[in-house]
Design a protein around this ligand. Structure first.
Ligand SMILES: Cc1ncc(COP(=O)(O)O)c(C=O)c1O
Length: 408
């Protein structure tokens, strides 16, 4: 049988067969179609021999939930398929996934090169969390191979070497697209680990492993679950690198809970349907916003005016559902705009089936300096829409009503 197509993997997420059968020996009882929620924190062993077999992975099964559980295993199987990865590791959040990916491969004294315009939480993790472990993060202005090569050369001229580079496929909130084909080639040539945060693109929009080995990180909290009721993350990539991250995650207690894994699997079954429609709506919203009175700029990779437009066509198979736009003016206009929205909630996340809007300057990027926020394009006039599955006309009507606040 040929390997299942992307949509087939999605439609069957959570319908795997990792559950233990309760049939009498020699008999096969009917199994539940939907994977049961396995809440037990620990498992019971027949004898010492069995504990050794399971612990060492020679016999299937689980020992203790922090080390793995059936819902996590099923989610990892599905995510590895979607990312075209050898292995995947599911974690308790997108940040936990990033932490597991980085900490398992870096040690005190190492340098990580990071795109300047990353999600604010990632910048904070690099600047505060990893610095405390003795890992230095150096900012690179653009997610291009040229900018990263220059940064690697700059470090080398000072006798230092970067062990990892980190970029976002589609950056939060500038929606700048990373030149993944060239970055993967550069990482291979220079022997550095490439970490790609694919949260905004999702595997529906981009499968970074097609260009070479990397650790792909996704926040499951967003489009992959899609219903604003899960916090989770995943690391996917070559088996050896993922298994290293797994050891770190198990030791540090970074694993996903059964309920979050189960809900994510349920959400995944409709990812292609949800995000397909959301992307169509987003393209309409972006085109509609462009040139409206009160709107200074619209950032959407599918618009010809976007700085990454050409690269987006090469790297992305779908332009996604995120649209950022800058209002003329600043916080005052933003407050007035948000105050007039009737349908779209101001809610600092993304990826929900309903349209939501956020203000990165005062939410996701609030702990950054003004200089860092400018570099990430998260300035005082920028709003970030996560476009949902509603009728596009209703979304546009709400935006039009809110924009009246800016033209009066
Ligand atoms: C691009 C990106 N990466 C990672 C994260 C972190 O994900 P989580 O909130 O699941 O930890 C976020 C959260 O907004 C994000 O936008």
């Amino acid at each position: 049988m040929s390997p299942p197509a992307f949509e087939t993997i999605l439609a069957r997420a959570g319908l795997g067969r990792t559950a233990t059968s309760t049939a009498k020996p020699g008999l096969q009882a009917p199994e539940p179609l939907s994977e049961p929620l396995a809440l037990s924190s620990v498992y019971r062993f027949r004898d010492l021999e069995q504990v050794d077999e399971v612990w060492e992975g020679r016999e299937g099964g689980f020992v203790y939930r922090r080390l793995g559980h059936p819902n996590q295993t099923e989610l990892e199987r599905v995510m590895a398929g979607l990312e075209e990865a050898e292995k995947a590791l599911a974690c308790s959040s997108g940040m936990a996934a990033l932490l597991a990916a980085l900490v398992s491969h870096l040690e005190s004294g190492d340098v990580v090169l990071a795109q300047a315009g990353l999600y604010g939480g990632t910048r904070t993790l690099l600047a505060e969390g990893l610095t405390r472990l003795g890992i230095e993060a150096v900012s690179v202005p653009r997610p291009t191979a040229g900018a990263f090569a220059a940064a690697l050369d700059g470090l080398a001229s000072r006798g230092r070497r970067a062990r990892a580079v980190i970029v976002e496929t589609v950056a939060n909130p500038s929606l700048e697209v990373a030149d993944l084909p060239s970055l993967a080639a550069l990482a291979r040539e220079r022997g550095v680990l490439l970490v790609v945060d694919n949260t905004f693109a999702t595997p529906l929009g981009c499968r970074p492993l097609r260009w070479g080995p990397a650790l792909v990180v996704e926040s499951l909290t967003k489009f992959l679950n899609g219903h604003s009721d899960v916090i989770g993350g995943v690391v996917a990539g070559p088996a050896e690198a993922v298994e290293r991250a797994r050891k770190t995650a198990a030791t540090m207690g970074l694993g996903i809970s059964p309920l979050d894994a189960w809900l994510t699997l349920r959400g995944l079954r409709t990812l292609h349907l949800r995000l397909g429609r959301q992307s169509e709506n987003a393209a309409r919203v972006a085109a509609w916003l462009e040139g409206r009175p009160g709107v200074a700029a619209v950032l959407y990779p599918g618009l010809p005016s976007h700085p990454s437009a050409a690269l987006a066509r090469a790297v992305l198979s779908s332009f996604g559902a995120m649209v950022s736009f800058e209002l003329e003016g600043g916080e005052r206009e933003v407050a007035a705009f948000l105050g007039r929205l009737r349908l779209i909630p101001f809610s600092p996340s993304l990826g929900e089936t309903a349209t939501t809007i956020t203000y990165p300057y005062r939410t996701s990027h609030r702990s950054l300096s003004d200089e860092e926020r400018t570099a990430a394009r998260a300035g005082p006039g920028l709003l970030r829409l996560s476009v949902g599955t509603e009728a596009a006309e209703d979304i546009l009507e709400d935006l039009e009503h809110a924009l009246e606040a800016c033209s009066t």
